[in-house]
Design a protein around this ligand. Sequence first.
Ligand SMILES: NC(=O)c1ccc[n+]([C@@H]2O[C@H](COP(=O)([O-])OP(=O)(O)OC[C@H]3O[C@@H](n4cnc5c(N)ncnc54)[C@H](O)[C@@H]3O)[C@@H](O)[C@H]2O)c1
Length: 309
Amino acid sequence: MKRIGITGIAGFIGSNLADRLLSAGYDVVGYDNLAYGVREQVPDGVEFHEVDVRGREIYDLFERVDVLFHLAAKNCIADCQEDPVETADVNVTGTVNVFEAARRAGVGKIVYAESSALYEGSQSLPTPESDVCPESFYATSKLAGMAFAQAYRRFFETRTTALRYFCVYGPRQDYRRTIPPVMSAFIINLLRGRRPVIYGTGEKRRDFVYVDDVNDFHLRCIEDRATDGHTFNLGSGVNYSIGELFAIVADLLGSNLQPEYRPDLPGEARENLADISAARALGWEPRTGLREGLRRSVAYIKGELSKIA
Ligand SMILES: NC(=O)c1ccc[n+]([C@@H]2O[C@H](COP(=O)([O-])OP(=O)(O)OC[C@H]3O[C@@H](n4cnc5c(N)ncnc54)[C@H](O)[C@@H]3O)[C@@H](O)[C@H]2O)c1
């Protein structure tokens, strides 16, 4: 049985990945300092270590790991704009430390999370993997992490796959933080009878991809050697405006509340849209339509609220 490690396991993508791996029969070990993640989201059956990826403690904890998913990061763009030093510390130093710990422990492969934010300044839509053009501090930190990963591949022959997630959504996406990701923010506010905030005019367009579809590709990264040494965009290849997204969520919840418009948040791109031909060439296809994915997200947040009601 393969042993799979996940940094950032208490977060949105990490906890969903852990569930999927356990149900596929893998042995899962997870690492998280709970800076943004939630302990209760780490599924039973995971060997969990509460640890910071920047620390030396991780050096003893990657033993016997066959494939490591490095997902831990500081990733709210607005927070990263506020604190570039902390952003670099977690996303750059933390990433190098993870690569080094993995090298010393003899981890077979690292799959690491980059971001569509790397395309912030790109003019090409849909954007191919080659068009890297970061602007924000968050994107810049991911660029530095990417360069270190490439150096590990070059000098230590570390097997790697880089994943550029677009806007991943689904159950367990954080709805608790001050400015949650846009979908969770719409759902939680409408459920609470509050007017959700749209930053900007609602015309920004985003490529949303459902978390289970992303997990389909995660499994390929473990099993398919053709993913080694490559970078893949993971989006749906279709984008929606924030206004269109709001209309679908409001319709699903039967709400007539109108959004409140506020000035743009700093560092956010106008539009993103993934060119997913590289992932498709390996047989991957996003399966979940936006309305169906949102229905599941709504069901999740309703379930969470009923627990605290
Ligand atoms: N969700 C998306 O749409 C999206 C898009 C692009 C890229 N990404 C990237 O994917 C990865 C996972 O994103 P997510 O949405 O699950 O985020 P998340 O915030 O839900 O999860 C990140 C996890 O990392 C943990 N963490 C942060 N700093 C840490 C540290 N120093 N040591 C140990 N653990 C630490 C947090 O506690 C959290 O549980 C991140 O690298 C993110 O940048 C996500």
